[in-house]
Design a binder for this molecule. Structure first.
Ligand code: FEO
Ligand code: CA
Ligand code: CA
Length: 668
């Protein structure tokens, strides 16, 4: 590494430390390294994981030796004191699903916990706020007597919901975000109910539409003719934090919530709205049936309502009554998350993935600088800036292509982009015109707070084959490319990106593969150690690469990297969302990104049966790792559970957040 490179790291650390010192009650410390200045990131103390665990299919949370876990909060637990929880026993009948179930759920922790973001309160390291996404509801894991089998189950489910409209209100209230207050007791972290910052945001919470799409014709509905206020957020997958201590929640698979899209399209002359939906197709039969009860989700009634979802939403955990804000400048697509870092000149950059097959990686850079001395001045920084999409060249170089309306460029009114509003609303179509690289389902895209290098999880793409095909409204090359080199990519991979001049504002970058995931125990699989030997199209589905690490007998099998995190020493942590048939239950892994152990990936946690692991969030002292255990028991139901985690034998499974630490209390 060059002296210049370290100069920029030092500069970044200094700028972060200056705002840490001044940011007051809720700093964004957890987004930041809290390190003394070391001359080299690799000299920082990185504790070894002495014994990695083997893949397992046990229905328990399995931990590496020396680690412990504390159960923090489960789906259905009460956030406020005046409400009865929905526990495992309650779930075993439908008695709880009365006409008030939705109202009560607004005070309970939601279902399917996903992203986690920790914001310390005070300076003692013993209190904080955890923002948690509730991505979706799995009816079979929530409702006893849910029609779960049979040839006519789709019709049976519709009839079931029409008989119980309160189930839709309950599902809407179980979505969104929980803001949970935490304190560190002698025996670990615990939640505080009824805290002054405790909050539930649901699929019906009013929120502001901000940025270039605010008020645009495509954002107007019968209920909101001005296109400025939208109800709710849902399908909240991963997220991120800003340097000013706000939470970013990412709206991902919103297409599953709307119904009758074909019936509408077959009978409308509204070509502008048809074109706006082209690259993000909607369904005739929704996945959740909300449209049967709530006209907002029936495309025939409100064909533009889906365009008001699929954004990054900013929530200020310091202001529990402030409306969340949909930041449309960051584009509309299947948002996985938004992870921020400061540019050299103090602006904020957010890295984002569009989690769908053959979709793109994006970056937003704010127009204005972050002000560490004036929190209020930063609260709308995400309304103005430049959105970019990535092109990865086979040379190992790449370009951030600006998604900016320009009558002299491709994003002009003749191509359907008469304004920046249309660019952000039809973001995927705009990115097509610029020649962005179609990726293998981009999940978390996360800059290292130590090196500034950016890591992107490409979770999988079993359709990566060889021909051109029509897919999601455009023709695309399905063949392997340099950045997505494996055919039938069932195991996924991680790409590492270095911005030119180590500056997140750069429009050019270098990139290389960091991981080709898979199973090193499979003797049929080639274990590659030379990055130059990796050629698109020359690899098999099983072939492996662990950032050049040479000893295949030491590294852990891994499939489908999803969320990423960094501990304060700069090691990369990875959690997975794979079909458990590939290797075993999903896991949490740690891997150094520099030094002699670069690429030495080890599994430290295994999830219970059916769960994926999400979150991957550290406290600033590196002593606690929060993980979200999402959908344990997937594949079963309340009536016939395949997992009993965390409540134990005889009870159905529930999603839950856990805090992982070392038994001796030292940093992980
Ligand atoms: Fe909701 Fe991209 O995982
Ligand atoms: Ca995810
Ligand atoms: Ca996922």
């Amino acid at each position: 590494m060059s002296a210049e490179y370290f100069g920029s790291i030092l500069e970044q650390r200094l700028s972060r430390r200056s705002f840490v010192a001044s940011a007051g009650l809720l700093t964004s410390l957890s987004a930041l390294p809290t390190l003394s200045f070391a001359s080299n990131a690799t000299t920082l103390v990185q504790k070894a994981v002495t014994t990695a665990i083997e893949p397992t299919r046990a229905d328990t949370l399995t931990l590496a030796a020396g680690l412990r876990s504390d159960l923090l909060i489960r789906s259905g637990d009460a956030l406020f004191k005046d409400v009865a929880p929905i526990d495992g026993k309650t779930l075993q009948s439908l008695a709880w699903l009365d006409s008030e179930a939705g109202k009560r759920q607004e005070k309970l922790f939601g279902t399917n916990n996903d992203a986690l973001a920790f914001f310390p309160t005070g300076s003692g390291g013993t209190a904080g706020v955890l923002c948690v996404n509730h991505e979706y509801v799995m009816a079979e894991l929530s409702f006893a007597e849910w029609p779960n089998a049979g040839p006519n189950r789709a019709e049976a489910r519709q009839a079931w919901l029409k008989d119980r409209p309160q189930a839709v209100a309950w599902m809407q209230a179980a979505h969104g975000v929980s803001v949970v207050q935490l304190e560190k007791a002698p025996h670990g972290w615990r939640t505080i109910s009824d805290g002054p910052l405790t909050r539930r945001i649901t699929a019906n919470t009013p929120m502001e539409i901000r940025g270039p799409a605010k008020g645009h014709e495509l954002m107007r509905t019968n209920v909101d003719p001005n296109g400025t206020v939208v109800l709710g957020t849902f399908a909240n997958c991963a997220g991120g934090k800003t340097p000013w201590g706000t939470y970013l929640t990412a709206e991902e698979n919103i297409q599953d919530y709307f119904g009758s899209a074909k019936s509408w399209a077959d009978n409308t002359q509204d070509n502008a709205t048809i074109e706006a939906h082209r690259r993000w197709p909607l369904r005739e039969r929704s996945a959740y049936g909300w449209d049967l009860i709530d006209a907002r989700f029936d495309v025939r009634q409100e064909p533009r309502e889906p365009l008001r979802h699929g954004w990054i939403v900013e929530i200020d955990p310091q202001q529990p009554t402030a409306p969340p804000k949909k930041r449309t400048a960051l584009g509309r697509f299947c948002h996985e998350g938004a992870n921020t870092i400061l540019t050299r000149d103090g602006r904020v950059a957010a890295y984002m993935g569009d989690d769908a097959k053959f979709e793109y990686v994006y970056k937003f850079v704010s127009r204005d600088r972050y002000n560490p001395r004036d929190r209020a001045a930063n609260l709308d920084l995400l309304d103005h800036g430049t959105l970019y999409v990535a092109r990865f060249d086979a040379s190992g170089r790449g370009t951030w292509l600006p998604l900016v309306h320009d009558e002299n460029g491709p994003l002009n009114s003749r191509n359907g982009f008469a304004s920046q509003a249309e660019v952000v609303i039809k973001c995927r179509a705009a990115a097509d015109l610029l020649g962005a690289t179609p990726m293998d389902r981009p999940e978390d895209v996360e800059p290292s707070p130590i090196t500034g290098r950016v890591y992107m999880a490409l979770t999988k793409n079993d359709e990566r084959q060889t021909a051109n095909k029509v897919f999601n409204g455009r023709t695309v090359d399905f063949g392997p490319n340099a950045a997505n080199p494996r055919p039938q990519n069932d195991f996924g991979h991680i790409v590492e990106l270095s911005e030119d001049d180590s500056d997140a504002a750069s429009t050019r970058f270098a990139w290389n593969l960091f991981l080709l995931a898979g199973d090193p125990r499979n003797t049929q699989a080639k274990f590659l150690t030379d990055a130059d030997a990796i050629a698109a199209g020359a690899l098999a589905r099983e072939d492996l690469y662990y950032a050049g690490f040479a000893d295949r007998s030491k590294v852990s099998p891994i499939a489908c990297p999803d969320n990423l995190g960094f501990d304060p020493t700069g090691r990369l942590w990875v959690v997975t969302d794979a079909d458990t048939g590939l290797i075993g239950n999903n896991g949490c892994y740690v891997v150094p990104t520099s030094g002699p152990e670069r690429g030495y990936l080890r599994q430290v946690v295994s999830a219970p049966v059916g769960a994926e692991i999400c979150g991957c969030e550290f406290t600033p002292d590196g002593r606690t790792l929060f993980l979200a255990i999402q959908h344990p028991g997937e594949g079963g139901s309340v009536d016939a559970p395949v997992s009993h985690w965390p409540d134990g034998e005889g009870l159905p499974a529930r999603s839950a957040v856990v805090a992982i630490s070392r038994e001796d209390g030292s940093p992980l």
